[in-house]
Write a protein that binds this ligand. Structure first.
Ligand SMILES: [Zn+2]
Length: 236
């Protein structure tokens, strides 16, 4: 079982670990700061190094509580000590983007009562789908102004890992469809933007909304009477 360093500290850029298994060109580690993807956030990339050798990590995935790092060339052997180095520019862009997405869904629920149904992101850019019947083009600039107020408010973010039963008592989490979590999950990780948004979430976020920087709403699409898509971008 891989210890997921990013779950409790999103700012770990480099770490030491031991190879616990090798399958083809993929290595499992006892601990990792590489995000394996999920919840709309893509996996990290970067490199592993050991004894003067370097392997590019091009893909990372989670399977059965192990995080697998796909490397180029002959992988390091089981038992080898390696240093993992995250492509930090890209990851930090994803952290800022992910927090921007939570600001957007927090504001849209608070001010318009609309729930999010899905979303996806890449570095500096994301889209979210809402059940938002009253959404229209004229609201775009208003929403953009409101989300930037929350950036300027410099709200802290907080991550907690709660027992399932405790998490299921929290009204904000019930709203975000926590009941859809698989039965086998004993603990729920929550990400809170203090005073704005609280969700069950596995992703990596910045510590304060001020780190996101200015958010632009770059596109809005009606996907039907109820379903509306909003796309945002942030700057480097
Ligand atoms: Zn999220």
């Amino acid at each position: 079982m891989t210890n997921l360093l990013f779950q409790t500290d999103a700012y770990v850029k480099e770490f030491d670990a031991t190879v616990t298994a090798v399958e083809g060109n993929a290595v499992a580690l006892d601990r990792t700061a590489f995000y394996p993807g999920g919840g709309g956030q893509p996996n990290d990339v970067g490199m592993l190094t050991a004894g003067g050798q370097t392997w590019a990590v091009s893909k990372v995935r989670k399977a059965n509580n192990e995080v697998w790092h796909e490397v180029d060339g002959e992988p390091p052997a089981v038992g080898a000590g390696v240093r993992g180095i995250i492509d930090w520019d890209r990851r930090y862009w994803l952290m800022r983007t992910h927090t921007a997405m939570h600001i957007l869904c927090g504001v849209i629920f608070r001010d318009y009562g609309a729930s999010v149904t899905g979303g996806n992101m890449e570095p500096l850019k994301g889209r979210m789908d809402f059940e938002f019947e009253s959404m229209r083009q004229e609201l775009v600039r208003e929403i953009e102004a409101k989300i930037n107020v929350e950036v300027a408010a410099a709200r802290p973010t907080r991550v907690k890992i709660l027992p399932r039963e405790e998490a299921f008592q929290i009204p904000d989490l019930i709203r975000t469809k926590i009941n859809l979590l698989p039965e086998g999950i004993a603990e729920v990780r929550t990400v809170e933007i203090v005073g704005l948004d609280l969700q069950a979430d596995g992703g990596t976020h910045v510590a304060n909304t001020s780190e996101v920087g200015a958010i632009r709403v770059v596109d809005y699409k009606s996907k039907g009477k109820i379903n509306k898509r909003i796309e945002i971008e942030i700057g480097t």
